[in-house]
Ligand binder design. Structure first.
Ligand code: SAH
Length: 218
């Protein structure tokens, strides 16, 4: 655990070590996490905990993902630098920012306008010009921009996300938490080039649910 007197650099180094010891070993993924200032994506109340390896609450009753899970999912996506990536569930934009450092373009969809606006502001602050945002229901994907090389879903889909799998290139990869309960199974779908998929289970995770439609906000 980090000590309050540690510098941000020391805290980040500790976090990176923790991720590595849990199996996030891809140097490009670790570098992308190291270069993404998580405190910028964390609400003021929790800034002190930005370097902890835990999920934290954000606005609209949602969460910023745990760094280990961000590392695990990003590593499982096996992104190539030329890739066009679709992310469902922008939330704070933290996972988006990590993806943007590893891919050519990231398309990200969020159903809360408030979260979308806040995330856009952070992308501007960080100068992430390869992120394209959309307010809408990500369960439907982004047909106009399909097919994608990679798709990451950061909210729990109740069952196999067929609409999203249909927007993947034949050899593409999709990573998503699947399940209806509080604990879901993280799955990796790898296209076999002939319309089928090889499915791999990556472990149990806890995500907020993927909900239908856009959110009504006051
Ligand atoms: N990747 C985010 C995690 C956000 S939590 C981060 O690093 O901060 C999941 C997000 O998915 C929430 O913001 C939630 O509003 C959003 N979400 C849930 N269902 C959705 C849908 N159908 N379309 C788009 N976004 C959705």
């Amino acid at each position: 655990m980090s000590e309050p007197q540690d510098t941000p650099r020391e805290r980040m180094a500790r976090l990176i070590l923790a991720l590595r010891s849990q199996g996030v070993t891809d140097p490009r993924v670790l570098e992308a996490i190291e270069k993404t200032p998580r405190e910028l994506f964390t609400p003021d109340l929790f800034k002190e905990r930005a370097f902890e390896d835990s999920a934290l609450p954000i606005a609209c009753g949602q969460t910023i993902s745990q760094p280990f899970i961000v590392g695990l999912m990003t590593q499982a996506l096996t992104i190539e630098p030329r890739a066009r990536v679709l992310e469902i569930g922008t939330g704070s934009g933290y996972q988006t920012a990590v993806l943007s450092r590893l891919s050519r373009l990231v398309y990200t969809v969020e159903r809360y306008r408030t979260l979308m606006k806040e995330a856009e502001e952070r992308f501007r602050t960080l100068g992430l010009i390869n992120v394209i945002t959309r307010f809408g229901d990500g369960g439907e994907g982004w047909a106009e921009q399909a097919p994608f090389d990679r798709i990451m879903v950061t909210a729990a889909a109740p069952e196999e996300p067929k609409a999203l799998l249909a927007q993947l290139k034949p050899n593409g990869v999709l990573v998503a938490p699947i399940g209806k309960g509080p604990v879901q199974s993280l799955r990796r779908y790898a296209g076999d080039g002939q319309g089928g998929f090889k499915v791999e289970l990556l472990g149990d995770v806890r995500f907020v649910p993927l909900l239908d439609g856009v959110a009504r906000e006051l």
